[in-house]
Design a protein around this ligand. Structure first.
Ligand SMILES: [Zn+2]
Length: 917
């Protein structure tokens, strides 16, 4: 796919010629037809030389590759006179686009100004709770309104604790894709609010403003001249005094470093900077909006370069003070779009002063500093075919959500390590394991404070031991975890190997709360298929993936993963030789019968062509597909995802397809499939486009492990009584559940019940298994009897092979129950620690009580004064006393060090609690 340097000779001539000329920019009036022009093979140096000749209107440029620009006859002649080779791709862009779009009306699938208004009204009508009514931020030269709208949970209120975000589009009238990106982002937010946890959080905890059309006059002008689309008008429609030409470039009219290069003084030029800084009403409207708010982050949308620009635009030689942060955050935001990040001077050798982003970031007297980007949406032209729109929109929506994350604290669970037990990094039946979690804070500047992790599970084989831990603070753009304070849980010895546990992690911090879930397989899964490729082809087959392409799969002794072995499957030519162009070959496993849970495991080695310019994008590579019960092949996604996505318009895969590519040594790949049952085949599919190869893809040591049992677990029982939160006047309350159902005919169900002293379900008080099923409902009277207090309980069903999930946790309070005489203190007491420690307000003092009876907990300040005294009558066993961080009068005590003493008469334990507020 890389273009060859076929024009080296002509460029040598150019360099010689250029050195003779003065460095003076030439202005061109732009009144001629706009041409799309290609100048082949332009590196950074020759780009500088070209810029010295004339003001360039760049559409596409990658250093060392073709420069595509908008030009005209005069300018082209000027460029050519300096020895540059040029090629006119489109002689009249407007006529060309318009003819392509002849049958189209109202800009086709692009949202015209009036359609944009209809859509934002519609969005407010569809999602009135989260998408606000449109409001005017100003009026243009021609009296058109510049509309804005706000997205937030209480959009009619200014919520000072919710960081603010700004998106705008269409400063330039010929960049309609930018309007679609914003409108479709709004639809995405509306449709996913309440179901997608990230979108829901970002709506509830951010105030996000959208200005979908900054320059309605220019946009309406294009609609007048080319109603189907294709108009190339860029500027607004100022009636310039003393000139017959209209328009100012709004993205050269912002007051910060106005008139500092990359502009034109000619009112007829597309880069005309305007008579005075902020002379344009649309620029004033944006300035007023930005000074009226405290935007943390901003993205100003343009097209069509396919890059993310950052300050400074006015001078590529000056790094802005936050250069490193802009680059790092921008690269993370870019994600699968693959848009590279940098200042305009660096990305397109194109200084531009007076632009939006420089002002948003640089102006710090009238408002705070805004971390402001300018996304140049990719695409084949200013008016890409309608069919390109969905792809271009899709690659920018995750980017927008990431920018919204960055405005404030946003924690993601990025790593989870299981340790302890027998040391095999996974929980086995009967084991107790620790969990250490790493969190990343996506905020651009806000540190996450008071980070607390709480783990829970509805799994009936799991017992929480350490359910809450502190991760302290997580710096902006950094990571931290609970390494010093592991969470832990145990797995019941009765848990079948291969059982999948789902744990729920509640992550909270100041201004942040979000829930993540993660699954673990207990024990070792039975192997249902395995082949180390040492005994020949066996039942594997391979063939062409799609007609017209080549299949190069073969058994190779070039590379091998198997210990003591010699061979593997290779896609590529024999020996170490590269794979061919235009390849598409599939390597197919034998048929394998899958149960309710399956892992496909394979070792692979890769050398395939990626884009050196678009990070994370590839031209060639491999994917995995599956066919179940003879249904068509579908791509399946490995755990942790593929390494790249396919560049648009590569073959044989569609642009945007996730794919393995690049170079890596032998690596274990794994695909986990839940609930996919039946006769399956997997295939490894390698494809390449028409240019440039690599050694290829090797596959070795393929296995499929999984549950083969067809037993299905019963449903969870449902609470009947006591009602959640009810007070029960008995020390032995009857716990009643609605019977579960079991999908397998003939299985008899029994029930288990568990009662805990704490809401985190770490202090068990009473439990039972094997309770016989009753008619419609099943009942257990708690044994041993309970002291007065509040308890939390769960129940589950068991079909003899597997347990159901637990009933949703419920609580009850016993009162006037167990009668314990004053002198009946508890016996021995073994202290088991404080959870969480440090405490953030509420904490549990945990201990094992030798015999039932009273336990007193007393909290002292450092002067020895009693802050709180709590006495509880508790059964023997693992117990806890909960201190809510309040004094005897119910007031919250201030943060700091406190002492505690636990007393049973026989035992006396002292210690410290650090309370962090
Ligand atoms: Zn633009």
């Amino acid at each position: 796919m890389r273009r060859t340097a076929c024009l080296l000779l002509s460029m040598v001539v150019v360099f010689c010629a250029l050195s003779l000329f003065a460095n003076r920019a030439h202005a061109f009036t732009g009144t001629h037809a706009k041409m799309k022009v290609r100048i082949p093979w332009v590196d950074a140096t020759s780009m500088k030389e070209l810029q010295a000749l004339t003001t360039l209107d760049v559409m596409k440029w990658t250093p060392g590759e073709d420069l595509i620009l908008v030009s005209n006859e005069d300018q082209l002649a000027h460029i050519e006179s300096f020895g540059f080779t040029t090629e006119v791709l489109v002689a009249d862009m407007e006529e060309h686009y318009a003819s392509q779009r002849e049958a189209t009306r109202n800009f086709g699938d692009y949202y015209s100004y009036s359609e944009m208004i209809i859509h934002i009204d519609q969005l407010h009508f569809m999602y009135p709770d989260i998408i606000g009514e449109k409001f005017s931020i100003g009026t243009t030269h021609e009296g058109n309104t510049i509309w804005a709208l706000k997205v937030s949970d209480n959009w009619e209120l200014e919520e000072a604790d919710e960081p603010e975000v700004l998106f705008d589009a269409l400063h330039h009238a010929r960049e309609p894709i930018t309007v679609n990106v914003l409108v479709e982002t709004l639809y995405h937010i509306g449709a996913n609010y309440g179901t997608d946890p990230e979108v829901t959080f970002l709506v509830d905890n951010r105030q996000t403003y959208f200005v979908p059309v900054v320059n309605p006059d220019g946009y309406l002008y294009n609609e007048t001249t080319y109603p189907g689309g294709g108009g190339m008008w860029r500027k607004n429609r100022r009636d310039n005094e003393g000139s017959s030409c209209y328009g100012v470039d709004p993205n050269r009219n912002y007051p910060y470093m106005w008139d500092n290069g990359g502009i034109s003084y000619d009112p007829c030029n597309d880069l005309y900077l305007g008579p005075t800084p902020a002379s344009e009403p649309c620029v004033q409207a944006m300035i007023n909006l930005m000074t009226a708010h405290e935007f943390i982050v901003h993205d100003s949308y343009h097209s069509v370069v396919g890059v993310i620009l950052m300050p400074w635009g006015y001078d590529s030689d000056i790094a802005c003070p936050d250069d490193e942060l802009f680059r790092e955050f921008g690269a993370a935001m870019s994600g699968d779009s693959g848009y590279p990040v940098g200042p305009a001077g660096e990305m397109i050798n194109y200084d531009c002063s007076g632009n939006t982003t420089d002002w948003a970031y640089g102006e710090q007297m009238l408002k705070n500093k805004i971390y402001s980007y300018c996304t140049e949406v990719d695409g084949s032209s200013f008016w890409p075919n309608d069919s390109e729109i969905p792809g271009l929109v899709a690659e920018n929506i995750p980017k927008n959500l990431y920018l919204m994350r960055g405005a404030g604290v946003f924690l993601s669970l990025i790593d989870l390590v299981v340790s302890g037990g027998n040391g095999d990094d996974k929980p086995d039946p009967g084991e107790t394991v620790d969990l250490t979690i790493t969190l990343r804070n996506d905020a651009i500047i806000t540190d996450a404070e008071n980070v607390i992790l709480t783990v829970s599970s509805q799994d009936a084989y799991v017992q929480m031991i350490g359910a809450q831990a502190s991760a302290g603070s997580v710096p902006a753009r950094g990571t931290a975890g609970n390494g010093d304070d592991p969470l832990s849980f145990s797995v019941d010895a009765a848990c079948p190997a291969g059982h999948v546990i789902e744990l729920t992690f509640d992550v909270s911090a100041d201004g942040f709360a979000l829930t993540f879930s993660r699954s673990f397989v207990v024990g070792d899964l039975p192997v249902v298929f395995s082949d180390d490729m040492e005994a020949g082809v066996n039942d594997w087959t391979h063939e062409v993936g799609s007609s017209g392409y080549s299949d190069e799969w073969h058994l190779s002794d070039q590379r091998n993963h198997t210990g003591g072995g010699a061979s593997s499957w290779k896609f590529g030519s024999t020996g170490s030789a590269d794979y061919t162009d235009m390849a598409d070959g599939v390597l197919i496993t034998p048929r394998i019968t899958l149960g309710s849970y399956t892992q496909l495991r394979f070792w692979h080695w890769m050398d395939a062509e990626v884009s050196s310019y678009y990070q994370g994008q590839a031209y060639d590579g491999g994917i995995i597909e599956m066919a179940i019960n003879d249904a068509p092949w579908v791509q399946i996604i490995p755990d942790g995802g593929y390494t790249h996505v396919v560049r648009p318009s590569s073959q044989p895969f569609e642009g945007g397809t996730p794919i393995y590519s690049g170079q890596f040594d032998w690596t274990l790949g794994m695909v986990t499939l839940e609930g996919v049952m039946g006769d399956a085949q997997f295939r490894f599919r390698f494809g390449s486009d028409g240019n440039t190869g690599g050694e290829g893809w090797y596959i070795d040591d393929v296995s499929v492990v999984g549950l083969t049992s067809s037993n299905q677990a019963p449903t969870a029982p449902v609470l009947v009584s006591p009602e959640d939160g009810e007070t029960v006047l008995s020390p032995v309350p009857a716990l009643v559940v609605q019977n579960a159902t079991d999908p397998d005919p003939g299985d008899e169900l029994t029930y288990g019940f568990r009662v805990y002293a704490d809401e985190l379900m770490t202090v068990p008080v009473a439990s039972v298994t094997g309770v016989t099923e009753g008619t419609n409902t099943t009942t257990w009277s708690v044994d041993p009897p309970l002291a007065d207090g509040t308890y939390f309980w769960q129940a589950f069903a068991d079909d003899g092979t597997e347990r159901s999930l637990c009933m949703a946790t419920a609580s009850f309070t016993t009162s006037g129950g167990l009668d314990v005489a004053d002198n009946e203190w508890g016996g021995s007491l073994a202290f088991r620690g404080i959870s969480p420690n440090p405490s953030h307000g509420a904490s549990m003092l945990k201990f094992i009580l030798g015999s039932p009876g009273k336990v007193e907990a007393r909290i002292f300040d450092l002067q020895g004064r009693t802050v709180r005294q709590i006495t509880k009558t508790l059964p023997a066993g693992a117990q806890g006393i909960h201190w809510d961080g309040r004094d005897q009068a119910g007031q919250m005590v201030s943060g700091g060090m406190y002492m505690f003493r636990l007393t049973t008469g026989q035992a006396d334990v002292k210690g410290r609690i650090l309370l962090v507020r």
